[in-house]
Design a protein around this ligand. Structure first.
Ligand code: FES
Length: 157
């Protein structure tokens, strides 16, 4: 069964004291799981349920509502290409397709070398610098396929 590190468990307990309701600590707790594991396995929900003394069903609802939580393994670099309106009008869809082709991976799958996952996502809030993508915690903006490939390669992709 997945369990957070001791440090992670302490962080979750601290989050529980910060809010009027313990339900507000679910998002930071899930973030911590994802930070430690790269994605959120089902047994992490049970672990958090015990740790936070909350029903697993509530944690599951939050997990499955928000797309920023990975429900299956992702590569070392999780590349999320925005294909919403502004980005789509500026080549976001073609950018996403070009990255899949270059790194030889299908959408939402992990590349054979475990380095890359490419996902198409909704607006990431940087419409004025479209097209853009998020790679792990970094935003990369005003992209062309060539520039995006260069950046990903520099990051170890
Ligand atoms: S449409 Fe791509 S960041 Fe908003």
């Amino acid at each position: 069964m997945f369990t957070l590190s001791a440090e992670g468990q302490e962080l979750v307990k601290k989050e529980l004291t910060r809010y009027e309701t313990p339900y507000s600590a679910i998002i930071p707790a899930l973030y911590r799981v994802q930070k430690e594991n790269g994605w959120v396995p089902e047994d992490a929900v049970l672990h958090l349920s015990q740790l936070m003394n909350l029903p697993a069903s509530h944690i599951n609802e939050v997990l499955h509502f928000y797309t920023m939580f990975n429900k299956k393994p992702v590569g070392k670099l999780h590349i999320q290409v925005c294909t919403n309106v502004s980005c789509a009008m500026n080549g976001g869809r073609e950018l996403a397709d070009a990255l899949c082709k270059r790194f030889n991976v299908k959408y939402d799958e992990v590349s054979a070398d475990r380095k890359i996952t490419i996902s198409r996502v909704e607006c990431l809030g940087s419409c004025d610098t479209a097209p853009m993508m998020q790679v792990n915690d970094r935003y990369l903006e005003n992209l062309t396929p060539e520039l995006a490939i260069k950046k990903i390669t520099e990051m170890g992709g």
